[in-house]
Write a protein that binds this ligand. Structure first.
Ligand code: EPU
Length: 373
């Protein structure tokens, strides 16, 4: 029941970026009870807690992490009929891709487009993981979590989670709640109509499609972009393997700003026609731009290198690490990219992976006379 607390445990092998120093105190929680006990220990010892799941969306500071790092490694997948739906409760430590595979195997629709996303299930509600037209907010019924301060169990229904694009209340207050289980409402049958253009083209249409086919097609699309990450500790299989997936979220800007970005791209000859600028309307009238496109159009090509860090050769939105990389070098490259995109398009990119380390100074946009030149 009591998880063993270790000292000075290296975190780099436990993250997909493979970066950073050791955890001062470290333990693995294999059940909800072990997690509760680890959190109680930290409260008693006055140690700050950092939660680690699959390690695919974190950047660990080179100097390491003080306090207690708890890797959530609980397992469990239980399904029960709930009217026309099937509710599936999944333990936070279940590897996400295994959950998607199992749901597809059991004929349960709703997660199939989220295949190949690294990380653990407990991390998925935090940033409302999404891809190829699905996001976990579409199917999450509730999230069970432990309050780090009091140890109390809380159940948040979907509304209380405050989901938006790559966002939830859990992300707003990192370290306040530890997710222990997530419940999804899935549907028996084929995948519903496919909304995402690239996926629909690959499937040969927007109509319903068998779950296994959607899952395999998504995996193939992700592999072509090196967005199926190696499990931590297995070693790099391809030159883009050490990454945290998309390093920036796709920025959402107002309509006037989007029009300026399009005009700049057309005037400069970067694109032939306005339609060639990838962008999607948001329900609130704003426009979502493609961060990867902005990065490339700001002069940062795929495969760019800055010493031991760089951009993926397959996707400009993935920052990658090579032998000898440091977190400091990765953050410096991220700042260089942010400054370049801001100078060219007046767009501020927000980092997607979570920083684990001493507080970073807020990113300051470079002094540009006309922020949208
Ligand atoms: N693009 C470029 N250059 C690049 C990469 C992309 O011009 O180097 C252009 C593409 O041609 C396309 C547009 O940018 O027109 C969007 O690219 P893509 O379809 O690859 O998707 P994305 O917006 O970059 C998002 C998610 C991914 C998710 C895919 C598929 C974010 C930040 N990222 O990427 O999620 O897999 O859509 O739906 O929302 C992740 O969050 O880690 C992640 C991999």
């Amino acid at each position: 029941m009591e998880p063993e607390i270790l000292r000075g445990v290296p975190l780099a092998p436990r993250t997909t970026l493979g970066l950073g120093g050791p955890a001062a105190h470290y333990c693995e929680a294999r059940s909800e009870a072990e997690l509760a006990s680890a959190l109680a220990y930290a409260r008693g010892a006055g140690l700050p807690v950092t939660l680690l799941g699959g390690g695919s969306n974190v950047i660990v500071a080179d100097e390491g992490v003080p306090g207690l790092v708890v890797r959530v490694a609980s397992r469990g997948f239980s399904a029960r009929a709930a009217g026309e739906r099937v509710e599936v409760e999944v333990a936070a430590g279940e590897p996400w891709d295994d959950v998607v595979a199992r749901a597809c195997d059991e004929g349960l629709a709703g997660l199939e487009a989220l295949a190949g996303i690294p990380g653990s299930t407990g991390a998925t509600p935090v940033q409302n993981v999404g891809a190829y037209g699905q996001e976990v907010a579409d199917t999450i019924v509730s999230v069970r979590a432990l309050d780090l301060e009091t140890g109390a169990v809380r159940t948040l229904d979907a509304a209380a989670c405050g989901f938006r694009y790559r966002h939830s209340v859990l992300k707003e207050r990192p370290g306040a709640l530890a997710v222990v289980a997530v419940t999804f409402a899935l549907r028996r049958g084929d995948s519903a109509g496919v909304r995402h253009g690239e996926l629909a083209r690959a499937l040969g249409g927007k109509g319903p499609a068998p779950l296994a086919r959607v899952r395999e097609t998504v995996l193939a699309l992700r592999r072509a972009k090196s967005m199926v990450l190696d499990a931590p500790g297995l070693g790099a299989r391809d030159e883009n393997a050490r990454s945290a997936g998309s390093f920036f979220t796709n920025p959402v800007v107002d309509a006037a700003h989007a029009a300026r970005v399009v005009a700049l791209a057309v005037q400069s000859g970067r694109v032939a026609r306005a339609e060639d600028v990838p962008r999607w309307p948001e329900p609130d009238g704003r426009t979502k731009l493609a961060a990867g496109w902005l990065v490339e159009q700001s002069g940062f090509s795929r495969g760019l290198r800055r010493g031991a860090v760089g951009l993926s050769t397959r996707h400009a939105l993935a920052l990658v690490c090579h032998e000898g990389a440091t977190a400091a070098a990765l953050l410096a490259l991220a700042d260089e990219v942010r400054a370049g995109v801001f100078e060219r398009f007046g767009v501020v990119l927000e980092r997607e992976p979570v920083w684990v380390g001493p507080p970073l100074p807020a990113w300051r946009a470079p002094d540009v006379r006309d922020g949208s030149r």
